[in-house]
Design a protein around this ligand. Structure first.
Ligand SMILES: Cc1cc2nc3c(=O)[nH]c(=O)nc-3n(C[C@H](O)[C@H](O)[C@H](O)COP(=O)(O)OP(=O)(O)OC[C@H]3O[C@@H](n4cnc5c(N)ncnc54)[C@H](O)[C@@H]3O)c2cc1C
Length: 360
């Protein structure tokens, strides 16, 4: 097996990793993104239906408080649009009954991206040199060498599928996942390992659905598409339509904890039956239905992410370290961002810090 040598290896092709690669490439630093899945995007996932890309991961950004996202979207020539919120909301009680309520606009205003959040990934990836991203490359081991690092791809205990040497590596994946799935030699300190394992991966325990329709029948009834339920299976629903002209959508988060969710037809039927209670019988007959349980995704969630996370954690560099091993390993990924950790903005924030360090 040939060992390839690169200046900077980036582990993880989510928003943070791809943006770090984009920043480094613009400064002519050679880099290679190793992505475990067969696609880039990580928690950003947008299947296609009739040219529309519903968001099964993040759908919102908030230009008022997330300036990096607003600037990047504008500079890449992408277009956002405000979340549809016109009309009244619906509340479902634990006994299953539902009523209409007056709801105010979300503050700050949530925005969605035309083409789905994957449009941001696609635009960044188009700016990378050919061959800068290798999908299907799960990193299993990182070893310190006199010149930097050696990175192995594949499964531990098996012969590596590929091996790379580099001056440095940027870890652009959730710290909990890195600590739990990558073997570091020499081993990481006990306090750092504990800090990484205790950093909850934001939204990793969630499941999200999108039901698509030809007509926005709820809007025609004066409803915004927003609903909250004490009964479930969906705990929260929003209008998830394309910018204009359809398809129109209802999208939502499951209210059932990950350990109790049983993915399959019965769950999908229960979600549609609940949508019919909330928005009328037409809601039970979508032209397309998508569901994603993030807790079941081994390149997002670990067993520690299964219990529900009720509050937004305080994020930042694990154990206060933005890099280790004499700056041969740098931390990126949204969970290492001190200001906007957990959010898309945090993924950009952490990538900027790691790229700036790599550029010296
Ligand atoms: C359902 C849901 C809704 C959300 N809603 C919002 C929202 O509305 N607004 C918002 O701002 N944020 C939201 N978020 C959070 C947002 O998705 C994240 O902040 C952002 O996508 C994190 O990007 P990242 O690159 O840091 O991490 P990730 O997207 O997790 O990327 C990490 C990458 O590393 C890869 N990887 C993992 N292990 C390995 C390995 N061993 N070797 C190589 N690659 C590996 C993964 O496959 C993945 O591609 C939501 C998240 C979810 C799940």
């Amino acid at each position: 097996m040939k060992t390839e040598t690169i200046d900077t290896i980036i582990v993880g092709g989510g928003l943070s990793g791809i943006y770090a690669a984009w920043l480094l490439s613009r400064s002519n630093l050679s880099c290679l993104v190793l992505e475990a899945r067969e696609r880039i995007g990580g928690r950003i996932l947008c299947p296609e239906h009739q040219g529309f890309h519903p968001d099964l991961g993040p759908s919102w950004y908030w230009p008022e408080i997330h300036p990096r996202m607003a600037c990047l979207i504008q500079s890449l020539g992408l277009e956002g649009y405000p979340q549809f919120e016109t009309g009244q909301g619906r509340i479902q009680r634990a006994d299953g009954t539902a009523r209409t309520v007056r709801t105010g606009p979300m503050a700050p205003q949530s925005w969605r991206l035309s083409g789905g959040m994957q449009a941001l990934l696609t635009a960044l990836a188009e700016g990378l040199p050919a061959g800068a991203v290798r999908c299907g490359h799960p990193v299993c081991e990182i070893e310190k060498t006199p010149y930097g690092v050696q990175v192995s791809v594949g499964e531990l205990e098996k012969a590596p599928l590929a091996r790379f040497t580099a001056r440095r590596v940027i870890l652009a994946l959730p710290p909990r996942l890195a600590a739990g799935s990558i073997l570091f030699t020499p081993e990481l300190s006990h306090p750092l390992t504990q800090a990484m394992l205790k950093t909850g991966t934001w939204m990793a325990g969630q499941a999200k659905f999108s039901a698509l329709y030809e007509k926005p029948f709820w809007r025609e009834m004066g409803l915004s598409g927003q609903a909250f339920s004490e009964r479930g299976p969906a705990g929260e629903v929003h209008d998830g339509s394309s910018r204009n002209g359809g398809p129109y959508g209802l999208t939502g988060f499951l209210g059932i904890p990950a350990a109790q969710r049983r993915t399959g037809d019965r769950l999908n039927e229960a979600i549609l039956a609940q949508l019919a209670v909330l928005f009328g019988s037409e809601a039970a007959r979508p032209m397309a239905f998508f569901y994603q349980d993030w807790a079941q995704e081994r390149f997002t969630a670990t067993m520690y992410d299964q219990p529900p996370m009720y509050a937004h954690p305080r994020y930042g560099a694990p154990a206060g370290k933005t890099s280790i091993w004499d700056a041969a390993v740098h931390f990126a990924g949204t969970e290492t961002a001190p200001m906007s950790g957990g959010y898309l903005e945090g993924a950009l924030e952490a990538a900027e810090r790691a790229a700036a360090a790599a550029l010296g």
